[in-house]
Design a protein. Structure first.
Length: 225
């Protein structure tokens, strides 16, 4: 039995190290890594947020944690698969056959984003909160990267990307950005809270709205309500 397993392991080892299988195996590993990363990121976050801020029984909370973790892991794995397969297809059958084109990553990301993160739930007809959080996370970092690229000497926009202007803008941009971001979210929370993402709205309600109410020392110091 042991020798048979060793033989299978040796065959598998040869396959994964064979260059002719590299591209398709890269798709499989990307899916594996997406699932693992999604689990590592979502599980502790869901565990803390649901246990602390959601009502319900332990069983109900455990179900919510499992579903959130499953959705995050599954969708990152699905996106990685669609992205890698599309890049592989474009590399093999695109205009630069055998080579990666300059826009292959954009096209593959566009397709993966639509298929995996752009769809509404079949039952609810809504975009899942997990998908919203992932896309918003990605979007925020894209905007930040584009802002840096816009003032990068040699790459950015005319005028603002000159070395002198780039240095000045880079120095003052973050304080302005931080101030406007917090001013905007506080204004929206005050006058249009329903438009904010539910988890953000919940945390802001806990900090800024619930702090206006207590009925004794117990709910002032040790418990929120």
């Amino acid at each position: 039995m042991s020798s048979a397993l060793e033989g299978l392991k040796a065959v598998a080892e040869r396959i994964v190290l064979d260059p002719k299988y590299h591209d398709i195996l890269a798709v499989a590993k990307a899916a594996r890594n997406g699932a693992v990363y999604g689990t590592k990121v979502r599980f502790p976050h869901a565990l803390v947020m649901i246990l602390l801020f959601r009502s319900g029984t332990i069983r109900e909370k455990a179900g919510l944690i499992f579903r959130a973790t499953k959705t995050h892991a599954r969708n990152l794995a699905k996106f990685a698969t669609v992205y890698k397969l599309t890049c592989l297809f474009l590399k093999q059958f695109g205009s630069n056959q055998g080579k990666e084109g300059p826009y292959d990553s954009f096209i593959a990301g566009l397709l993966g984003g639509y298929i995996v993160f752009g769809q509404r739930g079949k039952r609810s007809g809504k975009i899942s909160s997990v998908n919203q959080q992932i896309v918003i996370y990605v979007f925020a970092r894209v905007v930040l990267a584009l802002a840096r690229l816009a003032v990068k000497p040699g790459y950015g926009l005319p005028g603002v990307s000159t070395p002198a202007n780039s240095k000045t803008i880079s120095y003052y941009a973050w304080p302005v950005f931080a101030s406007v971001a917090w001013a905007s979210v506080m204004h929206l929370f005050k006058w249009h809270p329903a438009e904010l993402q539910p988890s953000l709205r919940g945390s802001m309600t806990y900090i800024y709205a619930d702090s206006d109410h207590w009925d004794g020392l117990r709910t002032f110091m040790w418990h929120n309500k």
